[in-house]
Design a protein around this ligand. Structure first.
Ligand code: KG4
Ligand code: ZN
Length: 344
């Protein structure tokens, strides 16, 4: 019976999205988002202080909207969950302080959770319980990680990560080189549809280095140099071909390494999350390579891929069901929280 399950409210403020999600058990009831992305656009990237202020302004209205969408009252909430890290310190602090205030005033437990583990959990709201174990590829503006997930409530292992730029950051920086605006991912995705992914052989960093790590800064520099050379020669820049060739280099490495983790660990389920998971070519190539490798692929719908409060509520709900002890009221915001700490 759905109505017997606990009602969990999740708060996410690690970057530029103020997210408030409400779940009952595994059922998503509300997923309210206020984004400050437009306020960062002219800077070409997220400005931490601007993001923190925007969270402060958006917090109470976004909570109100989520409660109204779910058709529940504040006093119906059984537990709160909040992203405690990793993320921007000031931005995280706004969410953690708000969650403490709500939990304390209502006398309800609070779970301070890991942002990356929450990304993994998001897919459960759409495709049901996660297979144990599964492999997760999390790619966004702030992180690019390959995780082995035996149990998302307590056993998440980092097998690889970017050694420099995150995948989404590379999309954003290349979009800036091509004068396409911010955020860069969606527009590069669109432009690439009219381009030839084999037009330019951009480097695939760390492709066959035997690790599960990524590197995208060399690729970003290679794109910038290539575009500069064209401009110096007074030739037009074939933007669609550059976008398609750059995008192909990113998704080739991401899918190759993700499937290597699956193969090396005998895992047959791959989950992709984070903002870059919205990329149409990443989805297509992952589907093709997973099918060839006999791996089942799970990618949640775009709204559950980008930062949101629903994923935090989903992880809070899992922790509650697993009987985990709530966080202490001294719960800190930890900007570099390691993935091994699912719950703080
Ligand atoms: O998960 P997210 O909303 O926030 C964090 O960074 O944590 O991800 C945003 C990132 C941005 O870098 C954006 O350019 C990228 O995801 N992104 C995409 C696409 N949509 C968003 N990258 C490639 N293709 C897309 N369609
Ligand atoms: Zn994220």
């Amino acid at each position: 019976m759905i109505s017997d399950e606990p009602l969990v409210l999740g708060i996410e403020t690690s970057c530029d999205e103020t997210g408030v999600g409400i779940v009952r058990g595994h059922t998503l009831l509300a997923d309210a988002i206020a984004s400050s992305v437009d306020e960062h656009a002219r800077f070409g990237g997220v400005v931490p202080e601007v993001a923190s202020r925007a969270h402060l302004e958006a917090m109470a209205p976004t909570i109100e909207r989520a409660l109204a969408d779910a058709g529940v009252a504040f006093t119906d909430v059984d537990a709160f969950a909040v992203t405690a890290g990793p993320g921007l310190p000031g931005a995280l602090m706004v969410g953690v302080a708000a969650a403490k205030a709500y939990a304390l005033s209502l006398g309800k437990p609070l779970y301070g959770v890991n942002h990356l583990a929450a990304h993994v959990c998001a897919d459960q709201l759409e495709h049901g319980p996660l297979p144990k174990p599964c492999v997760a590829l999390l790619v966004s503006g702030g992180h690019s990680s390959l995780l082995l997930v035996p149990d998302v409530t307590g056993d998440v292992r980092s097998l690889g990560a970017t050694v420099d730029d995150a995948a989404g950051e590379a999309f954003d920086k290349v979009a800036r080189v091509l004068d396409l605006g911010f955020p860069g991912g969606p527009v590069i995705d669109r432009m690439a549809r009219d381009g030839d992914p084999a037009a330019i052989a951009f480097p695939r960093g760390k492709y066959n280095d035997g690790t599960y790590d990524f590197s995208f800064s060399g690729l970003k520099t290679a794109v910038a140099r290539w575009v500069e050379a064209k401009e110096r020669a007074g030739e037009p820049v074939p933007v669609a071909d550059v976008a398609a060739s750059f995008q192909e280099a990113v998704v080739d490495v991401l899918t190759q390494k993700a499937l290597k983790v699956c193969k090396d660990n005998g895992v047959h389920d791959l989950l992709i999350g984070g903002g870059v998971a919205a990329n149409s070519r990443l989805r297509a190539l992952a589907a093709e390579r997973c099918e060839r490798a006999g791996v089942r692929l799970r990618v949640p719908r775009p709204k559950l891929c980008t930062d949101n409060g629903a994923m935090v509520a989903a992880l809070g709900s899992e922790l509650l069901a697993a009987g985990a002890s709530p966080s202490a009221l001294e719960l800190p915001a930890d900007s570099s929280l390691p993935i091994e700490s699912v719950l703080l």
